[in-house]
Design a protein around this ligand. Sequence first.
Ligand SMILES: Nc1ncnc2c1ncn2[C@@H]1O[C@H](COP(=O)(O)OP(=O)(O)OP(=O)(O)O)[C@@H](O)[C@H]1O
Ligand SMILES: [Mg+2]
Length: 170
Amino acid sequence: MDMIARFHPLIVKRIAWPDEATTQTFALALAKRPAIGKAMIELRGDLGAGKTTFARHLLSALGVQGRIKSPTYAVLETYSLALPSNTDSMLNSIHISHFDFYRFNDPREWEEAGFRDIFASQGLKLVEWPEKAGAYLPKPDLQIAIEVLNDESRVVTLSAFTAVGTELIA
Ligand SMILES: Nc1ncnc2c1ncn2[C@@H]1O[C@H](COP(=O)(O)OP(=O)(O)OP(=O)(O)O)[C@@H](O)[C@H]1O
Ligand SMILES: [Mg+2]
């Protein structure tokens, strides 16, 4: 079922990502928002749209060091970061869960791998291919839907579904 049909967004914005540098600039700005540490963000778009690319820029901006693996095979990659005390955030550390549900096909995995617990707890949740996890997923704070145009530039639809999501894109 389409996300727009499941939940009603509070704000919708369309922006352009003409190149990867623009994607990075957007990720840098998002990383500075205090709400980022507790956000559930869905990344939608076809194969190669740029979901992992955006996630990598966001995680780097938050301070993840080194190579950031795509969770395509493992379904989930996690990170724990100490936040510098000069950030606006109320938190002094942040837990990050980066999912890719493309290969997710065993609903039992949802309970057994503890995914339910992750979505119920604090931390940043980034979710590629949310449509493959279907109804298991809770309502996202923010949905980032990436569309590739003929010239390889991206048009991105940002939909905020909660106050946290609104704070991220306001
Ligand atoms: N804004 C952009 N403009 C142009 N090219 C981009 C942009 N963002 C990403 N790319 C390029 O497009 C490709 C996107 O690959 P990426 O792995 O991020 O896609 P994905 O959406 O995660 O795909 P998958 O569904 O397989 O996980 C990369 O080669 C990247 O360099
Ligand atoms: Mg990917």
